[in-house]
Design a protein around this ligand. Sequence first.
Ligand code: SF4
Length: 269
Amino acid sequence: MRVICAENMGFCFGVKRALDMVLNERNAYTLGQLIHNPQVVELLEKRGIKEIKSIDEIENGTLIITAHGTSKSNIIKAKEKGLKIIDTTCPLVKRVHELAGEFDKKGYKIILFGDKEHQEVKGTASNAKDVTIVNSAEEARKLKSNKAGLLSQTTQSLEKFNEIGDILKKNIPDLKVFNTICDATRKRQDSALKLSKKVDLMIVIGGYNSANTRRLKEICSKIVETKHIESDEELNKEWFKNKKTIGLTAGASTPGWVIKRVKDRIEKY
Ligand code: SF4
């Protein structure tokens, strides 16, 4: 059995940067998971970095804003409480915030393609007054406006973004389209797609709550049988029966050592 790794997979620059910024911190709190990966969350907990769901849970200490960013109201609240803030928001996410703010000021409605409940989407949405979040072609068909700016959550699928853009163009005369899907995400998606055409089974490694990992699973599943796992312990020998070539890919929040363990275990089968 041959195991082939996707050309681009695993930690992206924004996630690596966020981890580097906090690794020496102790007794700090992350607003939501710093990285959507259970192994990294466990490692941080051991170092005294705990996850909180809301700023209301703490009265003092250090607050870490994750690479996905957060809403303006959370930053204001943290400042009012006098918390020390470490902002690891990825610069590429910050760029989407800026675009939303800029076009809001110019009087454009902001249409944001993304998961309504995702921190990144909530953060971007907080930078504009008139925002509609869409997640499907059906939702896009219902939208009407004279002028709007279309932005995307950085980890969404390019194919779906283009589809939504094409639908909106028909109903919105002045539509500005900004493809804000980050390059790391796009490269991981392209590599996964390419690899899934060459193998008998794809294994996608990453947190079940990681948006970009789930997207990789979606993309590969359309081409070939695909399994999404968080760690090597979930591998099942039965999956590999009669399979000659196995493809491996991993989300932008999956550490290299987690990928290596999966690869090593499959190669031992
Ligand atoms: S996936 Fe892209 S936008 Fe998100 S943290 Fe990584 S580099 Fe930044």
